[in-house]
Write a protein that binds this ligand. Sequence first.
Ligand SMILES: Nc1ncnc2c1ncn2[C@@H]1O[C@H](COP(=O)(O)OP(=O)(O)OP(=O)(O)O)[C@@H](O)[C@H]1O
Ligand SMILES: [Mg+2]
Length: 307
Amino acid sequence: MTDEIVLDVEHLQKDFGKFQALKDVTLQVKRGEVFGFIGPNGAGKSTTLRVILGILRKSGGQATLFGEDVYDQAVTVHKRIAYVPGDVYLWPNLTGGEVIDLMLKMSGEKHNARTDELIAKFQLDTRKKARTYSKGNRQKVALIAALSTDAEFFIFDEPTSGLDPLNEKIFQNEVLHLKEQGKSVLLSSHILSEVEKMVDRLAIIREGTVVETGSLAELRHLTRTSVSVTTKQAMTGLEQLAGVHDLVATVDNGVTKSEFMLDGEKLADLMAQLSTLAVLDLKVQPATLEDVFMRYYNDANDARAEG
Ligand SMILES: Nc1ncnc2c1ncn2[C@@H]1O[C@H](COP(=O)(O)OP(=O)(O)OP(=O)(O)O)[C@@H](O)[C@H]1O
Ligand SMILES: [Mg+2]
């Protein structure tokens, strides 16, 4: 990854009539970077991608790809990008192979050795009519066409939603291959585990606003650790320790069991406190990033319930 910013989205807004689908979307994707765009259904992922693709016109803010405005310079910009939408539409009467070739032609390229390699990898039967394909097979057709182009920037909207685990793995390897070649990739998903293995950085979008951006490691700082400690003496002063939440202490046979959540960076402070006590048992379980996301999802649900 270089420091060169390829995609620059600043305070992007998009209204559909009175409804503000995008309120404040800011993200930057660097050259050679795989960037994840995560959020619940209806958060604004596809809308953001459509604005970046020049399909929709923004209502406010800025979006540039390779330094050019994504809408005004859409034709020039498009020559350098490849896109696979979430719901792939194919011409029903063409075979999968014909669709792939047509898609390549439309992006000014030809069926090449990479195309054959990808067809073999994804094990797609290209002789069948597109109308007979399952969702996963339609997705494969579009992925094969996109991955065999020589684009610099790849945009995938929920790319693995229709793929089984084996094909998902093949796709993940292809994305890493793009990265090795210095290409940039923007991936949307509502499932963190789908993109966790591929992404360098990610942004979380909620109700049209990007609420967090960073590397997985940076976002992990947002997580709390779950701690369960059993001590011979009563543990005093835990409530006063900064970073301790939801403390529950139970005493059984003179043994105190304290269970609580701890802010990620406060572990050292806790250990210092524990060192003076006779600790019988200690369990420290880091919250997964999935927990962080669930927090955002729950908040989104609460907002929906209230609204
Ligand atoms: N053409 C449109 N006209 C009106 N509202 C729209 C339009 N397209 C999207 N929206 C609304 O904008 C919001 C964001 O939609 P978007 O499709 O971007 O969400 P998403 O994050 O891609 O969700 P999903 O995970 O379900 O694909 C939704 O409330 C949606 O109903
Ligand atoms: Mg979508």
